[in-house]
Design a protein around this ligand. Structure first.
Ligand code: SF4
Length: 218
């Protein structure tokens, strides 16, 4: 069987990223462990810088504590609160619809079930898995662009998109790492294993990395 070195790589990276900060959705969770806020915060964070997401989430959650609060607001009001997150107009409409569905179908609560989460408007596998792990401390593998890129560079998988990466990781990644692989690799990817020209000379797992697909590094 192929040696993926998960036990050598992931604990080392977990320790390494401790001083580099945590991803925005984890920060939202740490401040207020509320599945609704974690779901909405995750939607706001898509294609948006962490600082922008955090400021927008803070403004929104000053006014909105529950799905009922959210549906009382007009789309225009929501837009104003979440601006300038990416696609803020589309997201204002989306989160209002999500809140409405939660009230109508789930008794105002966020379901702890991947398939049910995927039924919510605009919620894809990345968001659904992140809600499962962050909001419910349950088993999911959230594969975003960082997890996808780094898993390929390390040779864990050979895949073309995050969804394929998630499916492959589900086969090979020990369950004890399912919840933590996302926050670890997001912070590592933002700071060291960057998309273009990764900082391999500063990388703590450099001797273990085959650097697949890396043509330029620092
Ligand atoms: S050695 Fe380079 S490519 Fe490999 S994980 Fe480290 S930063 Fe990424």
């Amino acid at each position: 069987m192929k040696n993926y070195n998960f036990d050598k790589i992931l604990p080392k990276l977990e320790k390494f990223v401790q001083n580099l900060g945590v991803p925005v959705v984890t920060r939202i969770k740490d401040r207020d462990f509320d599945p609704f806020k974690i779901l909405i915060g995750t939607i706001l964070s898509l294609r948006t810088k962490d600082e922008t997401t955090e400021e927008a989430a803070n403004r929104l959650f000053e006014v909105v504590k529950t799905p009922e609060d959210l549906i009382k607001l007009s789309e225009k009001d929501i837009e104003k609160l979440i601006y300038p997150v990416g696609f803020y107009k589309r997201k204002a409409k989306q989160i209002k619809e999500v809140a409405k569905t939660l009230i109508e179908k789930y008794d105002g609560r966020v379901p702890n079930d991947l398939e049910e989460l995927l039924k919510l408007k605009g919620v894809g596998r990345k968001t659904a898995n992140l809600v499962i792990t962050e909001a419910f401390d349950d088993y999911g593998i959230c594969v975003d662009t960082h997890v996808h890129r780094i898993s390929n560079r390390l040779g864990w998988v050979k895949t073309k998109n995050p969804e394929q990466t998630e499916m492959e990781l589900r086969k090979i990644l020990p369950k004890k790492y399912w919840k933590t692989i996302n926050p670890i690799l997001v912070t590592f990817g933002q700071n060291i294993c960057k998309p273009i020209s990764p900082l391999c000379s500063k990388c703590p797992i450099e001797p273990l990395c085959p650097k697949i697909g890396v043509t330029k590094s620092r």
